[in-house]
Structures are given as C-alpha cells and as structure tokens.
Design a protein around this ligand. Structure first.
Ligand SMILES: CC(=O)SCCNC(=O)CCNC(=O)[C@H](O)C(C)(C)COP(=O)(O)OP(=O)(O)OC[C@H]1O[C@@H](n2cnc3c(N)ncnc32)[C@H](O)[C@@H]1OP(=O)(O)O
Length: 399
C-alpha cells in the first residue's frame, strides 16, 4: 500500500489522532470533555499523520531539554502518541512517519529525540537505543521500619488536585536536574498529567516536601483498594527531589499513610538507596528492571560535542542510513569531537551510539554482544572510560 500521504496534523485533528493512538493501545477512546486537555497536550507543528481516505497513523512530539553527562541541557524532541490503525500495520506507515519526524528534527537543529517504547522491537531500526534503565520497588509497609539515623527534617504538604499542577510544575522547573537523562517538563507534559488527574478512575494525589530552604521535593501517588477488607497498595507514580532530606521526608510520609499494606514505586533509578533506609533491607524488594528512555542522536556531531568525556580519545565510525549526514568517523575525547579520516577503532550504528551516550551501557558489553565492532582489543576498554559517567543516568518522566 503506497497510496497515502504523511503531513503535519491540523489542531482540529488532535482528537482523532488521540482516538487512533488509544485504539492502537487497546485503551478506551478519549472522552469529549477531554478536548481542552488534548488541545494543550499537542504542540502545534509537532504532530504527523498518515492519511489514505482518513487518518491511519500518527506520531507527535513536544520540545523539551535533556541533561547530558557534564550537565548541559540539550534540546530534545520528546516523541509520543505513536500508533497505526490495526488494519494498516506492517505496510511501512510508521516508517514513513518516523522518517518525516526525524527529518523535521534535523531540519530544525534538534540534536536528540527520545521516547518511551511500548515494545522493545520497534524503534532500534529507526536509530533509537535504550539510554536509561530503571528498577521497580515493592515495599512491605508494616515491615519497613526506618533506621534511627535516617534524617528527619522538613514537612510534607498534601496538595489539592487538580489545582496542584501549577505548584508541581513550578517546583519541578526549579529542581537542579543534574543527573544525566533527566528532562524538563514543558506545559505539554503537564497538560497530559492534568488530563490523568481529571479522570475519575485514577485519582492521583500530590505532595511536596518543604525543607529549610523551601519546597525541595515532589511526589504523585494514588492508593488502590477494592473492598474495605482488601489489602491496599500505594502506588508512587512520580518522585523527584533536590535533596536527600526531601527523599527521606517523602518516604517517611508514604510509610505513615494509613490503610496501606504495600507501597510500589516503579521506574526508579538503578542507584536509588531505598533499601538502605530500613532496619530490614528486605522490606524493599526489587520486583522488575527495565528500559526507561530510548534516545536517538539526530545530529551526531552536535550531540556528541554536548557531553563531557574522560580518558583518551577514540575514533568511532557511525553508520546511519536513515540520517545519512551523521554517517562518518568522529574523534571523540575530552578535548572535543571532530570529524576525522583516521582509522576507526569502533564501528557502530545510531542505536548502539544512543546506548553509549548517557553512560548506561559499557562499550565492552556492546562489543561482547556484537552490537559494536572493535578494530582492536584495547578500543572497548578505552571507550568504557571515555563514556563513563560515575553515576546512573535516569529520566523518570514518562511521556
Ligand atoms: C513512543 C510511543 O508512542 S510508543 C507506542 C507505539 N505504539 C504501539 O505500540 C501501538 C500498537 N502498534 C502500532 O500502532 C504499530 O504496530 C506500530 C506503530 C508499532 C508499527 O507501525 P507499522 O506501520 O506497522 O510499522 P512499519 O510497517 O513501518 O514497520 C517497519 C518495520 O518495523 C517492524 N515492526 C513494526 N512494529 C513492530 C512491532 N510491534 N514488533 C516488531 N516489529 C515491528 C515491521 O515488521 C517492519 O519491519 P521490516 O522493515 O523488516 O519489514
């Protein structure tokens, strides 16, 4: 099937595009009273649709910024709402939309694109790779006793929804966001959250931690409980802090909420110290690990130059058939990033480069798995050092 066109969506097509996306995810259709939220969720000029007689596929994005190793914030096209109508899949519709979207990012000088993937097998072919990873915790509330030395300072304040959104957004915008992988949350992101908060079935609650210097942490959660005798679960959806005291303060609060048996905190950073807070570390179980943010280097030289490096320079040869201007050899080192004709020590595609970029995966692991080709024995070790960050990258902003 080649008889379809791909173009930018008009503002009056956002509801139809959302309905298509929901149908692709097997989710109930959007409700009519959600239109005002949808209008605020769609950034104008950032949604693509494929049409034959009607809309058959779409993807959108919004403009954000991502922290890269060294602390710079780099423009990020945050891709979401990807769906193709069930009777039009596997005919190249998504491929055409992805091509249009990536070409548009490149033309507008956006160095990075990112997304959260429903399935792990979709986006590698478009040059995206898993750039951050997470873990889920399950806490047995009654067994989780805080150790006596766990700091206790500040106060937790329960906000009223949905009026809380403005305060949450202002607080999030003031967080330092120094960890690689963290991203800004523009109004398009908060509009999506407001829409969730508006739904009767979800009922998220929001809290902030007020420390000695003012608000320094936020969390969003809800409590799931069926019958009045049934066990209930407090689900932590979102938790971002500026200080360790805000972190322990928010956990002190979760542990104090009555009528809760289990606390689940999903998609947390791999280095989160939660079990260390408890007299019995087994009170917090890690139940799952998984991929978090998928990244795509849209402008390879600009993205590589934006982050910091340590150790000796290495020449990488990147192959990128989708954005051919990226293909070539780069000398990457603490002194900068330059195109070069020197022989390559590592050869890789855009997806593997994205996996290296925030330091989540080691070059030597990617070489061992056959995802990067090394010209000599020393190259993987040198690249391990070059891309290492000394910490765990994490995004934690689902979109
Ligand atoms: C960022 C987000 O929004 S994540 C949400 C993603 N959306 C969903 O998961 C909703 C349900 N799925 C869908 O709507 C569609 O199946 C999509 C969007 C994932 C794929 O759309 P399609 O138009 O079928 O993709 P397209 O035909 O361009 O496929 C391109 C290639 O990817 C492969 N592919 C596409 N989807 C998948 C998949 N889910 N699993 C494995 N391979 C896939 C195709 O087989 C094809 O391979 P080929 O080039 O070797 O032939």
């Amino acid at each position: 099937m080649s008889d379809y066109t791909v173009r930018l969506l008009r503002p009056d097509e956002t509801f139809e595009a959302t309905a298509l996306f929901h149908a692709a995810l097997h989710a109930p259709p959007p409700k009519d009273d959600e239109r005002p939220y949808l209008e605020r969720m769609f950034q104008p000029g950032r949604a693509f649709g494929a049409f034959d007689t009607e809309l058959i596929g779409s993807a959108r994005s919004f403009d954000a910024e991502l922290t890269v190793p060294g602390g710079k914030r780099v423009p990020l096209g945050a891709v979401t709402g990807v769906g193709v109508r069930a009777d039009r899949t596997r005919r190249g519709v998504l491929s055409r939309i992805m091509h249009a979207q990536l070409t548009d990012f490149a033309a507008r000088g956006v160095p990075l694109a990112g997304l959260y993937a429903t399935e792990g097998s979709i986006y590698g072919r478009f040059g995206y790779g898993v750039a951050t990873v997470t873990q889920d915790f399950q806490v047995d509330r009654r067994r989780a006793l805080l150790r006596p030395e766990v700091p206790a300072s500040g106060e937790v304040e329960l906000l009223r929804m949905p009026d809380a959104v403005e305060r949450l957004a202002a607080l999030y915008a003031r967080l330092p966001l120094t960890r690689p992988g963290l991203m800004t949350r523009p109004p398009y992101w908060w509009a999506r959250f407001e829409r969730h908060a508006h739904r009767d079935d979800d009922r998220p609650l929001a809290i902030i931690h007020n420390g000695p210097g003012g608000p320094d942490g936020l969390a969003i959660y809800n409590v799931r409980r069926n019958g009045w005798r049934d066990p209930s679960t407090l689900d932590v959806w979102d938790l971002h802090v500026a200080t360790p005291d805000a972190y322990t303060g928010l956990w002190r609060y979760f542990l104090s909420v009555d009528l809760v048996d289990t606390i689940e905190a999903g998609d947390r950073p791999r280095d989160e110290p939660l079990p260390l807070l408890f007299t019995d570390m087994r009170a917090a179980r890690i139940t799952r690990g998984g991929d978090d943010l998928w990244l795509r280097l849209v402008d390879v030289p600009a993205a590589l130059a934006a982050r910091e490096y340590d150790g000796e320079p290495v020449v990488l040869e990147v192959t990128d058939p989708l954005l051919e201007a990226n293909s070539g050899r780069y000398r990457v080192g603490p002194g900068g990033v330059t195109r070069t004709e020197l022989p390559a020590r590592l050869r890789l595609g855009a997806d593997a480069l994205a996996m290296l970029y925030l330091g989540t995966w080691q070059a030597s692991a990617l070489v061992a798995a056959g995802r990067i080709q090394a010209a000599d024995e020393d190259a993987p070790r040198l690249a391990d050092r070059l891309f290492a960050t000394g910490g765990q990258a994490w995004c934690g902003t689902h979109f």
